[in-house]
Design a protein around this ligand. Structure first.
Ligand SMILES: Cc1cc2nc3c(=O)[nH]c(=O)nc-3n(C[C@H](O)[C@H](O)[C@H](O)COP(=O)(O)OP(=O)(O)OC[C@H]3O[C@@H](n4cnc5c(N)ncnc54)[C@H](O)[C@@H]3O)c2cc1C
Length: 288
């Protein structure tokens, strides 16, 4: 492996865990006329816009693939609650678009989300893929690949993601490393493991995915060194909380063989998520 500065690094085992990046540059006009919350800088800019927003049409528009597949649902539910708390919900039309024929990639999550949208008067449109954004004075229009147009006063876009440039420049398509779904080895490479967003596996690109995969990768490298062969398979496990506002949440867990089944949202699950976040990072830092 060669570093950017040209240094060659030898390895017995390599773990590729270089994540994924939102690529606003792939949609014409998005950088100029849209907002994103998938980067710190983008989220801060959006926060300022939301503080000043007094009404109009807000569109949350998804492209694919993207990390944290439930985050766009979460921000949509939170926006609904935010505008209600601000006393301007009646002046806001809240829209959500998704690129495939349902509102979420996971069918049970899509089936769960539709009535939640309807309860909150959130309008949704499927089979809508952003192609080009035009804008003037903050408002604008999204042109979709399907030939439709959608006007907005605030566009919150989830741009398509790609893997890191170093992988793309090494000839790996879109930076998604072809990966064995159970062993998590890069296809054709016995001593290269892949972990997290940068696999090409058809599972959620999420922190919890990276967490569960990391367990398998670490144990397998230890087993290979000690015993000469990997010890465990990854079963596709993912676990995600889904915030349904500022004080309620549900969660899903699933793997390659068991589909997700969201439970009714509750305050208790929301508090569980907040507690879990604290405990997770305290544990990771060795404090707990
Ligand atoms: C707004 C938002 C909310 C989210 N919420 C959740 C959530 O609630 N639950 C959940 O499970 N997930 C969530 N996620 C997703 C989660 O953050 C990612 O899926 C997770 O961080 C992926 O982990 P990773 O290790 O694959 O990549 P990353 O965490 O992105 O780490 C990749 C690392 O590789 C480094 N890197 C990249 N290229 C190179 C290179 N060429 N050389 C050296 N280093 C390199 C990067 O700098 C980075 O440090 C959220 C994401 C966003 C944006």
């Amino acid at each position: 492996m060669r570093t950017k500065s040209g240094k060659n690094v030898e390895y017995d085992y390599l773990v590729i865990a270089t994540g994924s990046n939102p690529r606003t540059d792939l949609i014409e006009g998005l950088d100029e006329h849209g907002d994103i919350f998938y980067t710190l800088e983008g989220a801060k800019k959006l926060r300022e816009k939301l503080r000043k927003f007094e009404g109009g049409r807000v569109v949350v528009s998804n492209a694919a693939p993207h990390k944290c597949p439930v985050a766009p649902l979460e921000i949509t539910f939170m926006l609904d609650e935010y505008f209600r708390a601000k006393g301007i919900r009646d002046k806001v039309e809240l829209h959500y678009t998704y690129p495939i024929g349902r509102v979420h990639a996971l069918e049970p999550v899509a089936n769960w989300a539709v009535p939640e949208f309807e309860k909150r008067d959130i309008k949704y449109e499927t089979l809508f893929n952003m192609e080009k954004i035009e804008g003037k004075n903050g408002s604008g229009v999204i042109h979709s690949m399907e030939g439709f147009e959608k006007e907005f006063d605030l566009l919150i876009a989830i741009p398509p993601h790609k893997g890191t440039d170093a992988l793309i420049n090494s000839g790996i398509q879109d930076g998604w490393v072809p990966t064995d779904r159970h062993l998590l080895k890069a296809e054709g490479h016995e001593n290269v493991y892949v972990c997290g967003d940068t696999t090409n596996l058809p599972i959620s690109k999420a922190g919890s995915t990276a967490h569960f995969e990391a367990d398998v990768v670490a144990e397998n490298i230890i087993a290979e060194i000690k015993e000469g062969h990997p010890a465990r398979d990854y079963d596709g496990k993912v676990m995600c909380f889904i915030e349904t506002g500022f004080s309620s949440a549900t969660y899903v867990w699933f793997n390659y063989t068991t589909p997700p089944d969201p439970v009714p949202p509750s305050k208790m699950i929301h508090w569980l998520k907040l507690g879990y976040n604290r405990i997770y990072w305290l544990t990771a830092r060795g404090i707990l």
